[in-house]
Design a protein around this ligand. Structure first.
Ligand code: NAP
Length: 335
């Protein structure tokens, strides 16, 4: 089965118009990112995704660390070439597999990271390799220069960046053509649009991949109270899910749900179709087949201009839904 295909960037990468975010399939240190996960169901979800044409998988060395890439290796074993794998580096992870909570964009660290990811993914190439965050102490030209060497060596196919400003994109693109930028984008998070990043990407012919397209599950309507989140759920630390914003945001979700009901779809599907209508590739995260199937169906929904306008009048650009990371996480964004 084939989904609608899109060109990501101008270097030849073709992917389906929706990907599968794998982050929630493994735990993060002691915490579950988005509730309990089950390895068997996670692997079945990756397999089902491929059956339905969803062969674009998103992971990072950070997730775990490393356990997410290792899970993917297990899932794709014997079938690697059927998948398009995107992974990321940049959060420094030391030799005892501990996250140091620093960002490292130095040349040597790029080279070390790719070798670890290739080993963990049990592959000899990574399709799309992202700089996960900008190291503000290292010129992006150095980091992308090292990534460019990896392309020449055949270790990675294409270069991506994550959560970067227009200025950084332009500098990076002058060193090696950038294929994609991945940043948070959803009805609840439109900073990249407000900051002109999407406009820059369009001008330079760089693709845009939207992470957390369901607002980390908020837009699904499945979370009605803060107590729906487990004690060790990562989202409890995010202002958007905390009391001052939570109940205002729920009202927005209810309005989106009402519109979805009128169209005979779910609010998650409406939120994804809205992103796709802009030529942006969402990578909804799920660890279960039922949600995956609904999300893949959303990739076939075509919204009218009137639908898009109605949705954007429910959550207008500039709506304050609360910060999307705690203070430390916000400080690592390049805006
Ligand atoms: N570049 C970066 O810095 C960065 C940051 C964050 C994430 N990412 C990537 O982006 C991917 C997606 O983002 P995300 O996982 O943070 O957030 P998301 O896709 O906005 O939301 C994920 C949450 O939505 C739930 N969900 C998914 N489909 C659903 C459906 N059809 N109905 C109801 N609930 C549904 C999931 O439930 P279940 O988990 O229970 O299935 C999970 O709790 C990640 O997996 C990761 O690969 C990148």
């Amino acid at each position: 089965m084939k989904l609608n295909q899109v060109k990501l960037g101008n270097q030849g990468l073709i992917i389906p118009n929706i990907g599968l975010g794998c982050m929630g399939m493994t735990s993060f240190g002691d915490a579950d990112t988005y509730g309990k996960h089950d390895e068997k169901e996670a692997i079945a979800t990756i397999h089902r995704s491929l059956e339905l044409g969803g062969n674009f998988l998103d992971t990072a060395d950070l997730y775990g660390p490393f356990t997410n890439e290792r899970l993917i290796a297990k899932a794709i074993e014997g079938n690697r070439n059927e998948y398009i794998i995107a992974t990321k580096f940049g959060w420094e992870i030391d030799d005892s597999e501990q996250i140091t909570w620093k960002i490292n964009g130095q040349k040597d660290y790029v080279k070390k990271s790719v070798e670890r990811s290739l080993k963990n993914l049990k592959t000899d190439y990574i399709d799309l390799y992202y700089m996960h965050r900008l190291d503000k102490n290292v010129p992006v030209e150095e980091t992308v220069g090292a990534m460019s060497d990896l392309v020449k060596e055949g270790k990675i196919g294409y270069i991506g960046l994550s959560e970067v400003s227009s200025e950084t994109v332009k500098k990076a693109h002058s060193i090696h053509p950038i294929t994609a930028v991945q940043s948070e984008y959803s009805l609840f998070e439109r900073t990249v649009e407000e900051k002109g990043v999407i406009k820059t990407l369009n001008e330079l012919g760089i693709g845009f991949v939207a992470y957390s397209p369901l607002g980390r599950g908020f837009l699904s309507g499945q979370i009605r109270s803060i107590d729906d989140l487990a004690e060790n759920d990562f989202r409890r630390a995010i202002p958007r899910f905390q009391e001052e914003h939570f109940y205002k945001n729920i009202e927005l979700v209810e309005a989106i749900e009402n519109m979805a009901k009128e169209k005979g779809i779910t609010s998650s599907q409406l939120a994804l179709a809205w992103i796709i209508s802009k030529g942006i590739v969402p990578i909804p995260g799920t660890k279960r087949r039922t949600y995956l199937e609904q999300n893949i169906e959303a990739s076939k929904i075509v919204l009218s201009e009137a639908d898009v306008q109605k949705l954007e009048s429910i959550v207008p650009l500039g709506t304050d839904t609360g910060a999307t990371y705690d203070e430390f996480g916000m400080g690592l964004l390049d805006y």
